[in-house]
Structures are given as C-alpha cells and as structure tokens.
Design a protein around this ligand. Structure first.
Ligand SMILES: [Zn+2]
Length: 94
C-alpha cells in the first residue's frame, strides 16, 4: 500500500510535463485563414465564404474561434455586416 503511494508520487515527479494543467490544454497555434492563403480575397457578396465566420445564429465569430489576425478580423466583420445589409446573411436566425 505504502509502496503504491510512493510509486505514484515518483511517476508524477518523473513526468516531463510538470506544469500540465487540464484547464489549459495544449493548443495548436491557429493561423489566420486570410493570411495563410494570399489568393483568398474576402468578398461580401460571397455568402458561402462568409458563413465560415458566423455561427448558426448569424453572429460573427470571435477571433479566438476564427483564428483570424486583428487586421483580417476587421475585414471579416465589415464583410459580414455588408452582407447583412444586402440580405445575403441574416442579422439573426432564431
Ligand atoms: Zn490575417
């Protein structure tokens, strides 16, 4: 019994990942979809393209979800808002 406890502690000590915290899972660095593909031009008339940046309620996804850089997130927001204005994207869906 006592041995078991000791082994457990030792195992934890030997673990390379000492500062492992399940709250902060290893996150892969997201790369901005617009920076990654230089040929990709955001078009407010292209609903299929913009749908990737809104959730099913029609809300614009935050940067932490889209992975876009600050500059391109602004472009995305502007494009989505323009698309809403010309009724390509919904302001809200239920
Ligand atoms: Zn970018």
């Amino acid at each position: 019994m006592a041995d078991n406890k000791k082994n457990k502690r030792n195992n934890r000590g030997n673990n390379q990942d000492d500062n492992y915290n399940p709250k902060f899972r290893k996150m892969r660095k997201k790369v901005c979809p617009l920076c990654a593909d230089k040929n990709l031009v955001l078009d407010y008339k292209n609903a299929d393209q913009l749908k990737k940046f809104v959730n099913d309620k029609g809300k614009i996804l935050p940067r932490r979800a889209t992975g876009a850089c600050a500059k391109h997130q602004r472009d995305i927001t502007l494009a989505v808002k323009r698309a809403r204005q010309i009724a390509i994207l919904p302001y809200t869906a239920e």
